[in-house]
Design a protein around this ligand. Structure first.
Ligand SMILES: [Cu+2]
Length: 163
């Protein structure tokens, strides 16, 4: 019975860990012209506009200018997450939909080289233009610290977060 109680405790600890790491992380930064919001949340299915028309998905995101979904081959222990950057103009407060941000990510814990994120413009299904943002799915190791660098029209900002 004792062994069984231990198994239950371990199982519930695993569930807690999974729940914690699935939470959405939100960070803010500003550049001269832009206010940037980084969101790291659960993996999203990204559809082309043609797929949205034919498949009528009820959730996920639609890619606006082509591009493709990363299906990151997750390393052992890594989880696939969705990393996205929302850009608004500091002057007008409006969502910026016509830029091509450069996004790269570094695992500060593993001290890996920075990796370019294939930043695709997208919006949530049925969310409309106010949700336009840039990013993709990425594989992150829970507990590791990451640095994300974003450059919008040459204006740079960086974020740090723990996955
Ligand atoms: Cu997205």
């Amino acid at each position: 019975m004792r062994a069984r109680a231990l198994t239950v405790a371990v199982a519930s600890a695993l569930v807690l860990t999974a729940a914690a790491s699935a939470a959405t992380i939100t960070k803010h930064a500003t550049t001269k012209s832009y206010a940037l919001t980084l969101d790291v949340g659960p993996m999203e299915t990204m559809y082309t506009e043609a797929q949205v028309k034919s498949m009528h998905p009820k959730s996920g995101e639609v890619m606006l200018e082509g591009g493709s979904m990363n299906s990151a081959m997750a390393m052992k222990g890594a989880l696939e997450r969705h990393l996205e950057v929302h850009v608004t103009s500091r002057a007008s407060g409006k969502v910026v939909t016509n830029v091509k941000p450069l996004i790269s990510i570094t695992d500060s814990t593993a001290r890996t080289m920075s990796t370019k994120v294939n930043a695709v413009a997208m919006e949530g299904i049925d969310a409309g233009m106010s949700d336009v943002h840039y990013g993709n799915n990425v594989a992150l190791t829970p507990g590791h610290s990451y640095e994300v660098s974003v450059s919008v029209n040459g204006e740079k900002a960086s974020f740090t977060f723990k996955a």
